[in-house]
Design a binder for this molecule. Structure first.
Ligand SMILES: [Zn+2]
Length: 263
């Protein structure tokens, strides 16, 4: 039976070991569940080759390369130069990049510098960015404004305030919602996902991390994205078809994905 919706996982780490062992199985089940496209974000230099390799083989896997702020000790100075060179490949975005102050503000200067260098590469190569931000939204917003970054992108796993959400939207960003949404106790995040304009939301799993409610301890997978869609449907006034169609359009527009791809 054909699916009555098509959705996009805007953040899943298909290159990671947990998903590699059943790579084709995961993709097959995901596509049968209605997922048409998968965005594969980079986080350390050593993972980029694998990402490019799997994305070349399958046109519905979209590569995104970047140096993640939580892995500072893994990055070398020359990684930035390589990112600049690789940005001419068919990337859909630079990322995941940003600021992570989950464990305090140590290495703030290094994180900020790394973030700005990568924003510059995105600017130069006219690509959007995939942001990873923990406890640093105001600083990221201030940086985007100061650098006059106009390419937009996605704030992955958005967990900020309504005001911060509005600022991101004004700067051309979409907000990524994933597994956290499926937990009843995530009241603040659920309330925001219910109230934001639908044009500002995209879906993501962050697989293999971020297990869904009811699947704790399980390896997360893009095949569970419809459960995140269902949660959003339960929170919002629009129909499932409307939410699927709009979030898919949002993802296609912001990442420049082909709108009429036949799979
Ligand atoms: Zn991630």
């Amino acid at each position: 039976m054909p699916m009555n919706f098509e959705i996009i996982d805007t953040h899943c780490h298909m290159d990671m070991t947990e998903l590699r062992s059943d790579f084709d199985g995961v993709l097959d089940r995901s596509m049968r569940a209605g997922i048409t496209d998968f965005v594969i974000p980079g986080y350390v230099r050593s993972g980029w080759d694998r990402i490019l390799e799997i994305c070349i083989q399958k046109p519905y896997l979209h590569p995104c390369l970047g140096l993640h702020p939580a892995y500072l000790d893994k990055h070398r100075d020359e990684d930035i130069e390589e990112l600049r060179e690789l940005s001419s490949r068919e990337l859909v975005a630079i990322g995941e990049i940003g600021l992570d102050f989950q464990k305090g503000r140590k290495c703030e200067r290094e994180q900020q510098e790394l973030f700005e260098q990568q924003l510059f590469i995105a600017e130069e190569s006219r690509l959007p960015v995939l942001l990873h931000v923990r406890k640093g939204h105001d600083q990221v917003l201030a940086t985007l404004r100061r650098k006059r970054f106009n390419n937009g992108g996605i704030v992955h796993g958005f967990n900020g305030s309504r005001q911060q959400a509005d600022h991101y939207v004004k700067l051309g960003f979409k907000l990524g919602y994933g597994g956290t949404l499926t937990y009843d106790r995530a009241r603040r995040i659920r309330k925001l996902a219910a109230e934001l304009p639908l044009t500002s939301i995209v879906l993501e799993t962050d697989a293999p991390d971020m297990s869904l409610a009811g699947r704790r301890g399980e390896i997360n997978s893009p095949e569970y994205l419809p459960e995140i869609l269902d949660t959003l449907v339960s929170l919002r006034p629009e129909t499932k078809e409307e939410i699927a169609a709009q979030t898919t359009t949002n993802a296609r527009l912001i990442l420049g994905l082909d709108c009429a791809r036949e799979i």
